[in-house]
Design a protein around this ligand. Structure first.
Ligand code: NAX
Length: 325
């Protein structure tokens, strides 16, 4: 048996946590031969609910689940963590302005970043799911100066998967055959899902669709507002699809993509004119536990405008929390 991997998950008592933990423990994230130790973090008032989730995990008798702990202390949850999935965040309450939300989350992610810095594995792979995901990942990264910045990522994979399914539906082709799709920018309605380079079964998606009006006025708004559409239909925000995207993100980062593109929110290295350190959705490929931003893509005027818009939003979010860093 391989050495167990320590996976810390925050917000473990929440609805994404409930859709995520069982799949991690069953081996869907790191492989069917990889034992895991779950280190679960949630607020003090959620500890009883976490115990309930742990009872259910126990009752699954997962062969790959070595052990698990629950805590309300980030330094316990992140101790020696190899992977940290930061789901728990402060939701927007009644009368709360966007600026208040940013501040409340900034406080959570400075504490969690500092705890990761202190106790996690030096190779920890961090995925921030809790919103505003890109800015929360940036705050955690800046609060962990002893860890490599490249270890901090934000989840754009749900947007990527949503875009892929819309394209499959539009073209009548199988979603599994889509390649070279990417989503640029912030995990928010400003993100830019870009299918200019995408192929389905080797055919150009752009040529198959050949309708820029559909791109601008149907596809992008549908993908951008999909979260709101799910809330409207279900009365609750996306949970199973968000957990699935988190599994996809970590699995591909750890096990590789065999040259295929996926979207990850990663600290910019200046690629495509995105200021260094901005956590931005980019097309990446993964190999040997490392991601690489796909280089050399042509950015046309329409795409540049979209990229500028989502970048401006991220910069405004960053400005909103700069006093805390
Ligand atoms: P829930 O409200 O069901 O669960 C959140 C859990 O986090 C709760 O158990 C809460 O007690 C816990 N929590 C809050 N503050 C914490 C802290 N400081 N430390 C540890 N735990 C803490 O929300 P859920 O539906 O699970 O969503 C979680 C987050 O994911 C939200 O911020 C949501 O906006 C975000 N999402 C991000 C997505 C993405 O694509 N990046 C998509 C789905 C989702 O909307």
């Amino acid at each position: 048996m391989k050495k167990p991997v320590r996976v810390a998950v925050t917000g473990a008592a929440g609805q994404i946590g409930y859709a995520l933990l069982f799949r991690i423990a069953s081996g869907e994230m790191l492989g069917k031969d990889q034992p895991v130790i779950l280190q679960l973090l949630d607020l003090p008032q959620a500890q009883k609910a976490v115990q309930g989730v742990m009872m259910e995990l126990q009752d699954c008798a997962f062969p790959l689940l070595d052990s698990m702990i629950a805590t309300d202390n980030p330094e316990v949850a992140f101790k020696d963590a190899d992977i940290a999935i930061l789901v728990g965040a402060r939701p927007r309450g009644p009368g709360m302005e966007r600026a208040d939300l940013l501040q409340a989350n900034a406080q959570i992610f400075t504490v969690q970043g500092a705890a990761l810095n202190k106790v996690a594995s030096r190779d920890v792979k961090v995925l921030v799911v809790g919103n505003p995901a890109n800015t929360n990942a940036y705050i955690a990264m800046k609060s962990a100066p002893d860890l490599p910045a490249k270890n901090f990522t934000a989840m754009l994979r749900l947007d990527h998967n949503r875009a892929a399914s819309q394209l499959a539906e539009k073209t009548g082709k199988a979603v599994r055959d889509i390649e070279k799709l990417c989503v640029w920018g912030n995990h928010s309605p400003t993100m830019y899902a870009d299918y200019r380079f995408a192929t389905i079964g080797g055919e150009s998606v752009k040529d198959l669709i050949n309708d820029q009006d559909w791109n601008a006025n149907v596809f992008l708004p549908t993908v951008g507002k999909r979260g709101a559409a799910i809330i409207e239909a279900r009365g609750l925000s996306s949970a199973a699809s968000a957990a699935n995207a988190a599994i996809d993100h970590i699995r591909d980062w750890v096990l590789g993509t065999n040259g295929k593109w996926v979207t990850m929110g990663v600290p910019s290295d200046g690629s495509y004119g995105i200021p260094a350190e901005t956590i931005f959705g980019f097309p990446v490929t993964c190999e040997n536990g490392e991601y690489k931003i796909v280089q050399g893509l042509e950015i046309d005027a329409f795409s540049q405008e979209r990229i500028d818009k989502t970048l401006a939003e991220l910069q405004a979010e960053k400005d909103g929390v700069k006093d805390l860093l």
